[in-house]
Ligand binder design. Structure first.
Ligand SMILES: [Zn+2]
Length: 350
């Protein structure tokens, strides 16, 4: 399969008229993966230097690389009529393709260059171009793009776009992201040249402006500034961004927020208010859920946030021995510490 994959990519590189992009080569032809583990998935800039208790998704990635030789190249998988997803080998990130009349909407395109190129190939096979993009929130793993996806407008909420603009404003921002946030073993495969080119949609705009099924923007403050879930009502699909995951605990936005716990609980209530319209739940990372999973995951996230608020040990399968990602317990500890520091500083109890 490795050979076939490689050939397919060479052909695509040729027919797109460009030189072969190193980042698009299959993983097994690249540097050895998995030697290092470091942080990612956090704020673009706020991570303190030297912070390394976060572990990467490297274990999964190693497994995926090992599997590469006997697996088909990644393809889009339909989860509802006209809605397809691609699950990345990096932290089970989900890219979502929504078919419209003249082209597709691509939500959170993916992480690894060769994966985004494969998504571009699959979209091309659908016979429709990408006519719009959307990033659910201003974290690096949701802001990427690949040249082969074309030059469609890429949207986010106004607050998301402003945050990106602010964080990418200095010349060394991308270097810092590459060095501090992206796990070193995949850094070369994450194309940063088109990172964060987001157009902010005015706050009063309730839908994504495009020629396709209505996509309602559900903005809230929880995981990141300007975080938005998307509800594709006609298809019964909720794209939840980095919430309602079966593998990630709620990760709160603890920067410059007055009440991150209440913000998160309010966002969960917002999800609850649309839950009845949802048949398919697509989290930013993790498994796709059916209608029965929506309330389960809302309740699970709420229970975690309550435990965090009360500084209790959460009984949550996403942290602890059965967790999909062993670095999740470190995230939990860090959130506990930061909240404790905040309440000390503010002089408010727990
Ligand atoms: Zn993410």
């Amino acid at each position: 399969m490795g050979r076939a994959l490689h050939q397919r990519q060479e052909i695509d590189a040729l027919d797109s008229g460009g030189s072969l992009d190193r980042r698009d080569e299959p993983v097994q032809d690249r540097t050895e993966l998995g030697k290092l583990s470091r942080s990612h998935l956090a704020e673009i800039q706020e991570m303190p230097p030297g912070f390394d208790d976060y572990r990467s998704c490297t274990g999964l990635l190693q497994q995926a690389v090992a599997n590469h030789k006997r697996r088909e190249p990644p393809v889009l998988r339909q989860v509802a009529e006209g809605v397809l997803i691609h699950e990345s080998e990096f932290c089970q990130s989900n890219a979502v393709v929504v078919q419209g009349r003249a082209g597709v909407l691509l939500i959170d395109p993916g992480v690894l260059g060769y994966e985004m190129a494969a998504v571009a190939n699959d979209v091309r096979e659908l016979g429709r171009p990408v006519v719009a993009g959307f990033s659910t929130h201003p974290h690096w793993d949701h802001l990427l793009w690949h040249a082969r996806l074309g030059e469609a407008p890429r949207y986010g909420t106004a607050r998301c776009a402003a945050t990106v603009r602010d964080r990418l404003s200095d010349a060394r921002a991308k270097v810092r992201i590459a060095e501090q946030l992206i796990p070193p073993d995949i850094a070369e495969q994450v194309p940063l040249d088109l990172l964060g080119l987001i157009t902010g949609l005015p706050a009063e705009m309730a839908q994504i402006p495009w020629d396709g099924p209505q996509v309602r923007i559900i903005e809230h403050q929880a995981h990141a500034p300007g975080h938005a879930a998307l509800l594709i009502e006609e298809r019964g699909v909720l794209v939840a961004g980095d919430m309602l995951s079966d593998v990630l605990i709620p990760m709160l936005d603890l920067n410059d927020t007055a009440d991150p716990i209440e913000d998160y609980l309010a966002a969960l209530r917002l999800f609850e208010s649309v839950a009845g319209d949802v048949d398919v739940l697509v989290p930013g990372h993790g498994s796709i859920g059916g209608a029965d999973q929506v309330h389960v995951r809302i309740d699970q996230d709420r229970a975690y946030v309550h435990a965090l608020r009360d500084a209790r040990v959460p009984s949550d399968p996403r942290v602890g021995p059965s967790a999909a990602f062993d670095w999740m317990s470190g995230v939990h500890e860090r959130q506990l510490q930061q909240l404790a520091r905040r309440s000390e500083r503010d002089g408010t109890p727990g």
